[in-house]
Design a protein around this ligand. Sequence first.
Ligand code: ZN
Length: 186
Amino acid sequence: MPQYRLGVGLHIGQDFVTYIIADLRGHVVGRRRVDSPGGTSPLTVVSRITRDIEALIAESGVDRNSIVGMGIATPGPLDRAAGTVRNSPSLETWSDFPIRRALTSTTGFHCEFDKDATAAAIGEYWLDTTEGYANYASVYMGSGIGSGIVMGGTIYQGVSSNVGEIGHVTVDVKGLPSPCGNIGCL
Ligand SMILES: [Zn+2]
């Protein structure tokens, strides 16, 4: 029965931190959204996130033992193997902080880590919103803009897992300077 196995989803964005608990069908059984921590140190934020997750588990009335793991999504670019964000304009103070390792340690959950745009892309497929198509790209807009690519029903990671980082591609050579150092980013 899908509802007997649950997962925690965590999205650390520039403006909000969002938590969900969902069953294996993707049915959301608990949700919480809090203001993003801004420039607060990642260690402090990890403590707060850990408390928020425990509070969500408690208020959702789910059995903690039924939770099989947690998916962590952040804006890119990232180093997926290291479990860190790399120079993300949206999460400047998080560069090279070991998010996945820290949250694995504080929550005790197995943690997967990927870009928010990639998580959104595979989510569309799992929720069966792609009209049967197993090869597509989806565009994700939060505080930045990115895209995720799905091929054959699975995530296309490319060489660096940063495929689809379209937000900081120059589209106007006479445009405004971007925090990333480029000019006229999308
Ligand atoms: Zn840029």
